[in-house]
Design a binder for this molecule. Structure first.
Ligand SMILES: Nc1ncnc2c1ncn2[C@@H]1O[C@H](COP(=O)(O)OP(=O)(O)OP(=O)(O)O)[C@@H](O)[C@H]1O
Length: 276
């Protein structure tokens, strides 16, 4: 079942003679950005299930855009599992003014907002009901002073729940990137994410496959740790491009562990920057 802005499924209106005049037609739920934010592109990074490396891909795309000279921000919408600030070595608490809340600025100039910047202690768990969580994510758009940005990447929580729905309804999302990993269920999981994005009338920019393979450090052979990839077939069936295939790369996880993601240049996603 899909939910439209008015609670109907989009197909309910199709073919109805009264669709144009009916007062149940979809409403515009978009919220205005903070008056001091000027954001040209909002890109959502989604996955059908957890643990596929969505934050890694979000931050990698942000880094690639930074390297191209664009001004970039990351809105960490993964409220119960925030990981972006730590990747960039950010442990400060966000500051505010009468105009709103300032994002923290990483060493490479990337602007970051995450619930971890608002908690008294970053290891405190977020044990909030869904309406609170979604209103915090909305405030990351309405109350954060992002300034002038070419790209704002939104790191979504996994799945197709409340937060992705809120982001797609409330923010002017230009397109979504789907992240997945090679596994038997990939077709079904990617399709769920794809259908959600499409039902919200957002373009799907492409798919990134993470954990595609591991290169043996001794012989250089590529090992398909999670099974053979089917991502090219799935992408062709859905008519969307594959933006990149990322191996399990200890050098990448080391940069995360060392909180130095601001130095990463993720060449596995080099082509992606031209397609988003
Ligand atoms: N290609 C990769 N090579 C090496 N390590 C990786 C790779 N992708 C992700 N990781 C590591 O795997 C862990 C999980 O990645 P990440 O936090 O990006 O997952 P996620 O999909 O955002 O998680 P969740 O769905 O639970 O929010 C992190 O420690 C990250 O550094």
């Amino acid at each position: 079942m899909s939910e439209n802005q008015n609670g109907c499924s989009p197909s309910d209106c199709q073919g109805c003679a009264h669709a144009g005049t009916c007062n149940s037609k979809p409403q515009d739920f978009h919220k205005p950005a903070n008056a001091k934010s000027h954001i040209r592109n909002v890109i959502a990074v989604v996955s059908g299930k957890g643990g596929v490396g969505k934050s890694m891909v979000t931050a990698s795309l942000a880094r690639m855009m930074r390297e191209q000279g664009f001004s970039v921000g990351i809105l960490d919408a993964d409220i119960t599992g925030p990981s972006i600030p730590k990747m960039y070595g950010i442990h400060d608490t966000a500051k505010g003014s009468d105009d709103g809340i300032f994002p923290e600025i990483a060493k490479d100039g990337t602007k970051i907002m995450s619930v971890n910047l608002l908690l008294p202690n970053e290891s405190d768990p977020v044990i909030w009901r869904a309406p609170i969580i979604t209103s915090v994510v909305t405030q990351f758009w309405t109350d954060v002073i992002w300034g002038d940005l070419d790209y704002l990447f939104v790191d979504m929580p996994p799945g197709t729940g409340d937060v992705p729905l809120t982001v797609f309804q409330s923010l002017p999302v230009n397109g979504a990137v789907i992240v997945t990993s090679p596994q038997d269920l990939v077709r079904m999981i990617v399709e769920k994410a794809y259908k959600m994005v499409r039902q919200m009338n957002i373009p799907v920019l492409g798919i990134v496959e993470n954990y595609s393979y591991l290169t043996c450090p001794d012989c250089g052979k590529k090992i398909s740790v999670f099974g053979e990839s089917h991502i090219d077939e799935v992408a062709a069936e859905l008519g969307i491009p594959v933006l990149g295939k990322m191996p399990i790369d200890p050098a990448l996880s080391e940069m995360v562990e060392n909180e130095k993601f601001y130095e990463v240049s993720n060449e596995y996603l080099a082509d992606a920057v031209n397609k988003i």
